[in-house]
Every structure is written in C-alpha cells, then in structure tokens.
Design a protein around this ligand. Structure first.
Ligand code: ADP
Length: 196
C-alpha cells in the first residue's frame, strides 16, 4: 500500500512497483476519474466532489476496490494507490482481505513537507500546461489546499493505524524519484528477508 499526501508521488512509485513485481495497480483516483468521464449519474457526482478537493463517500470507493480485488488479473498481488484514505476505508479493507484470505504486506508512507508538496503540484500543472497536456482541475492551488487539509484530518490517522500493527514503512518522499524507488525496494527486500 502506498500512503502519502497528494503530490507525494504515489502514482509514480506505484507504476514502478507494478513493473518490477508484475502485479496490478489499484488506484482509486484513476477509477474515480474514469467514472467521472463516463458521465453516469454517479460519475457526475464524483466529478463535482473531486473538483472541489473533497473525498468521495467511503461506500463508493470501497465498492470499486472490492470489485477490482476480485478481478482475476490481480491474483498475483497488487499495489493500493490512493486507498484507503479514511480509517473506515482501512477497516473495510481489512475485512475484504480477511474474507479472501489475503493480507497487506507493507504500507509505504511517502513523507513530504507541506511547502514541497505545493511546489511539486504547481510545477506539475505548469509543465502539463506548457506541454499542452490537460491539467487536473483539482491541481488548482486553492483546491490543493483543500486536498491537503482533508489529508491531514482524514488520511493522516492511517499512519498510526498501520504503525500499531507494525506494517508502516516511512520513506522520504522528497528525494529524487529514482532514490525514492530504490529506498522502497530496499525496504521491501528487507521485509522479504526477515519473513522468509
Ligand atoms: P492525489 O493522490 O494526488 O490526491 P488521486 O488521484 O489519488 O490524487 O485522487 C484524486 C481525488 O479522487 C481525491 O482528491 C478524491 O477526491 C478522490 N479519491 C481518490 N481516492 C479516494 C478514496 N480512497 N476515498 C475518497 N476519495 C478518493
């Protein structure tokens, strides 16, 4: 599982992990943006919530994750990226996994300073603009502040939740991408050695 504030690089690191370990990436952000694009009634509601930087209701994301976990393509394992984001999502995940005889191997927390976060997202938006790529509506600075606030209140308590059960691995998310990647892989390697 990848945990960390918006802009911490969860998506980037998730892509590298799935390439190396040949596992699936389960990203609720990607799933929700796809739902929003589809323009269904639910999709339109989701789109409005994302655009204002708030969290989509727990039951919606829990439903999406449950469906994704049951797809045969994820049988070899998966990286959770952007889920869970609340303690109730974490409890629902525990139940989902227990019922299927699955368990979380590790929770990688990408640690970032708030100033670095703002900086990074602004750079991402500016780069996309100059490349003529679309800029995520929710990367607007005022919305980003809301996302960070929601992160602190709703998601940050998950560090404790996973720390208490010994799953948490903090990683400095402010290092260059390749360094973060290699630090994550080293930590996972150690974990593997100590459990086998
Ligand atoms: P980031 O990690 O940069 O915030 P994501 O792509 O993970 O971006 O999420 C984008 C938005 O999608 C969030 O701000 C939120 O509105 C919604 N979202 C994603 N995952 C969840 C979740 N697990 N629970 C509730 N809302 C979510």
């Amino acid at each position: 599982m990848l945990l960390g504030p918006p802009g911490a690089g969860k998506g980037t690191q998730a892509e590298r992990l799935i390439a190396q370990y040949k596992i699936a990436q389960l990203s609720t952000g990607v799933m929700l943006r796809a739902a929003a694009m589809a323009g269904t009634v639910l999709g339109r509601k989701v789109k409005a919530i994302i655009a204002r930087g708030d969290l989509v209701p727990d039951d919606v994301v829990i439903g999406l994750i449950a469906e994704a976990i049951d797809l045969s393509t994820v049988k070899t394992g998966f990286v959770l990226d952007g889920f869970p984001r609340t303690v109730s999502q974490a409890i629902a995940l525990d139940n989902l996994l227990n019922n299927r005889g699955l368990a979380i191997d590790a929770v990688i927390e990408l640690k970032m300073d708030e100033a670095a976060l703002l900086n990074r997202i602004e750079t991402r938006a500016a780069k996309n603009r100059s490349d003529g790529q679309s800029v995520r509506e929710d990367d607007d600075p005022s919305i980003l502040i809301q996302r960070i606030k929601n992160y602190k209140v709703q998601t940050a308590p998950l560090s404790d939740y996973y720390g208490k059960v010994g799953l948490l691995i903090p990683i400095d998310g402010m290092q260059p991408i390749d360094v973060v990647e290699s630090n994550i892989k080293k930590a996972l390697q150690k974990l593997h050695c100590s459990t086998t």
